[in-house]
Design a protein around this ligand. Structure first.
Ligand SMILES: [Zn+2]
Length: 193
């Protein structure tokens, strides 16, 4: 899982999320809305990304329906992560993720020490998406989940890991998004008055 994780740039000098939550962050940040850069442009690009994230065997071929499903799950995860920033999560979002868990056939695996993990029994894309949803479950159980957030600035929505003491970070980077929102508000106020 090293390549993409190493090259991903997190704004504001934030350190990436800890493992295994980093997988969720890396998958959802495969699009940069602000700069108009989509990594998952076609099934082959999706395959390459999932192989790089180490959740898909390299020899598999994916189709258009796989791409549609992966994008649906990615954006449902983003919506769930906006929920960690105070934005209401719709029922459809949860249903999409529950469907991914069902198709991935998540099962409890013991690591031989003191831990269990939810891992997919399904292969191919179902297994890859199931693996990601399994990590969400693990992170919710270990308490790290609420720190992973989507930036609420509409054109940003980048996923960042909030390491602040009281978990109060709102923007991916105050210098990038927080200030722009403030500036916009200031300008609006100036125009209004
Ligand atoms: Zn942002």
């Amino acid at each position: 899982m090293s390549n993409i994780l190493a090259v991903l740039q997190d704004p504001g000098g934030r350190a990436p999320a800890p493992e295994p939550l980093r997988l969720v962050q890396a998958f959802v940040n495969t699009v940069d809305f602000e700069n108009g850069i989509e990594e998952l442009t076609d099934p082959e690009a999706l395959r390459r990304t999932l192989v790089r994230l180490d959740i898909l065997p390299p020899e598999l071929v994916l189709g258009e329906e796989d791409l549609r499903r992966a994008l649906r799950v990615r954006e449902a995860l983003r919506a769930l992560l906006l929920g960690n920033n105070g934005i209401e999560v719709e029922l459809a979002t949860l249903e999409t993720l529950e469907d991914a868990a069902r198709r991935g056939r998540l099962v409890v695996r013991f690591d031989g020490e003191h831990r269990t993990r939810l891992l997919p029994d399904a292969a191919a894309l179902d297994g890859a998406l199931g693996r990601i949803v399994g990590v969400v479950h693990t992170a919710m159980a270990d308490g790290s989940w609420p720190r992973l957030k989507a930036c609420p600035r509409h054109i940003c929505r980048w996923i960042f890991y909030d390491r602040s003491k009281n978990r109060s970070s709102r923007w991916c980077a105050m210098s990038v998004c927080g200030n722009r929102v403030k500036t916009t508000r200031y300008r609006r106020r100036t125009v209004e008055t």
